[in-house]
Design a protein around this ligand. Structure first.
Ligand code: NAP
Length: 305
């Protein structure tokens, strides 16, 4: 068996092409350009690269992005004051605080300062609660990207056994809620899970987000399973790899995502989607809570605005 590769880079490109058309239409109809404000605290090199990618991606689809770079020793209250000003700014539709923040800054109060309507990362407690109830205002970008990847190849999770390896607040936990909402049977594993393989072997769909190269070996996976590798690990020789043994699993899985070129490009794409969605909502468009921008677009343009 040779798995079909789910090409996240191609899907991301297709979605972004379509998104730039929708951004143009929104501007033509309402004069509004979607705007994303990015708050970057400190000098973490990885964060700088991620932020540069996000702002470049915004520009490519016509979303206006503004970067607020703050020194690592900035007071927490000053960060919150900037966020509050951005909450009031009608040209800003999405606010993103790049994580991790320096360890002496508490991330929760900072994230809670973001207006729920502009929380395009989906990390505000209100959005987290909405996700648990299956009624999120914004879906967190990485799990949202995984859902889109599965949809793109026609894989329904309804009634499937999904095993998620990794239980972080930004990937594993929201992923579990999004898939439960879509009627999957979900198990979540983490670093303290005893005998990981006894869970992974049951997966029809295996989502791995642990940050451990080669964590998932072929004997841990059922023949024909769908394998989604969220992990991104930089090896000593400079190579970027995921969490699964791709070379071996490509011979055993039915579908698999590569690293790079799988989930990664989708994460930024869903951030762009959420920012556009927020701009659309700011114009009073009827957009459903699950982030179904397409139906929202139709309602918006049909309303003649
Ligand atoms: P994280 O906050 O470090 O969480 C890692 C999770 O994996 C934790 O729940 C941890 O368990 C679990 N884990 C660690 N070692 C494990 C093991 N040996 N067996 C089973 N579970 C294990 O990381 P994250 O932010 O979720 O990111 C996870 C990976 O995804 C990283 O490689 C990251 O770079 C990547 N990532 C990729 C994207 C993308 O766009 N492709 C986006 C975000 C993250 P405990 O909870 O017990 O500690």
């Amino acid at each position: 068996m040779s798995a079909k590769i789910i090409d996240g880079a191609q899907l991301a490109m297709d979605i972004r092409r379509d998104l730039s058309r929708r951004v143009e239409s929104l501007e033509a109809a309402s004069g509004v350009t979607p705007g994303l404000a990015v708050v970057l605290v400190g000098d973490d090199p990885a964060s700088r690269v991620y932020v540069a990618n996000k702002t470049r991606a915004c520009k490519a689809v016509g979303i206006r992005s503004v970067l607020h770079r703050l020194d690592a020793d900035v007071e927490q209250d000053s960060i919150i004051a900037i966020i509050k000003a951005l909450n009031e700014d009608p040209s800003v539709h999405g606010i993103l605080v790049q994580l991790p923040l320096p360890p002496w800054i508490q991330s929760r109060p900072v994230l809670e300062a973001i207006s729920v309507e502009k929380d395009v990362d989906g990390f505000h407690l209100y959005n987290v609660g909405g996700l648990v109830l299956g009624d999120a205002i914004f879906s967190p970008c990485t799990p949202y990207g995984v859902v889109k990847l599965l949809e793109s190849v026609g894989i329904s999770v309804d009634g499937q056994n999904v095993v998620i390896v990794g239980a972080s607040n930004i990937v594993g936990k929201p992923m579990a809620h999004m898939l439960m909402t879509r009627d999957a049977t979900v198990a979540i594993c983490h670093a303290k899970t005893r005998d990981l393989a006894q869970f992974t072997i049951l997966a029809d769909i295996l989502v791995v987000a642990a940050g451990v190269p080669n964590l998932i070996l072929p004997q841990m996976v059922k023949t024909g399973a769908v394998v989604i590798d969220v992990g991104i690990n930089r090896m000593a020789d400079g190579r970027l790899v995921g969490d699964v043994d791709f070379e071996a699993l490509v011979k055993k899985a039915s579908y698999i995502t590569p690293v790079p070129g799988g989930v990664g490009p989708m994460t930024v794409t869903m951030l762009l989607e959420n920012t556009y969605l927020s701009a659309l909502r700011s114009q009073g468009a009827l957009v459903n809570r699950a982030g179904n921008a397409a139906s929202g677009d139709e309602a918006f343009y049909a309303s003649g605005r």
